[in-house]
Design a protein around this ligand. Sequence first.
Ligand code: HEM
Length: 161
Amino acid sequence: CENVGGANLFTEEQEALVVQSWSLMKKNAGEWGLKFFLKIFEIAPSAQKMFPFLRDSEVPLDQNPKLKPHAKSVFVMTCEAAVQLRKAGKVVIRDSSLKKLGATHFKYGVADEHFEVTKYALMETIKEAVGEMWSAEMKKAWCVAYDHLVAAIKTEMKPSS
Ligand code: HEM
């Protein structure tokens, strides 16, 4: 998404597009979360190796109990980022949580390209989930919220001292 930053960073309409589409998906969060991550691994199979609970697991991917919670975190936190962007003009995450998020993703070697693939898969999943509600504006709103959230996480992606 272009046009990240600048004046009128995130409008009420954009916030509503994100919140509404997420509330639609929430009921089947597990199912959409699974589809979301299967898309990521389809595009970038090597990303699977980063998740310790997938690396050492005998259970088939789609039955791994730990995959859905991470997928849901991405949805929920992006949605929260949208709300904060509209309210505060920036993504607000408690300091200790942000540090932990940054440290975890750094530790497991999550790189720019993983965040990119994940963004693509996120958009594809939402598009599929909302059907006719999907629009360029909705895509842009999710995209801006996601980019700001990832930028916040990246500021804390460094070795923990
Ligand atoms: C852990 C959120 C993107 C891989 C976590 C945790 C949260 C989270 C809440 C667990 C809390 C913690 O240990 O700090 C997010 C959000 C993302 C994102 C909000 C994007 C906006 C990604 C991407 C990848 C990834 C793109 C790789 C493809 C991991 C791994 C862990 C993790 C490997 C550790 C899993 C474990 O401890 O078992 N993430 N994540 N994350 N995330 Fe993410």
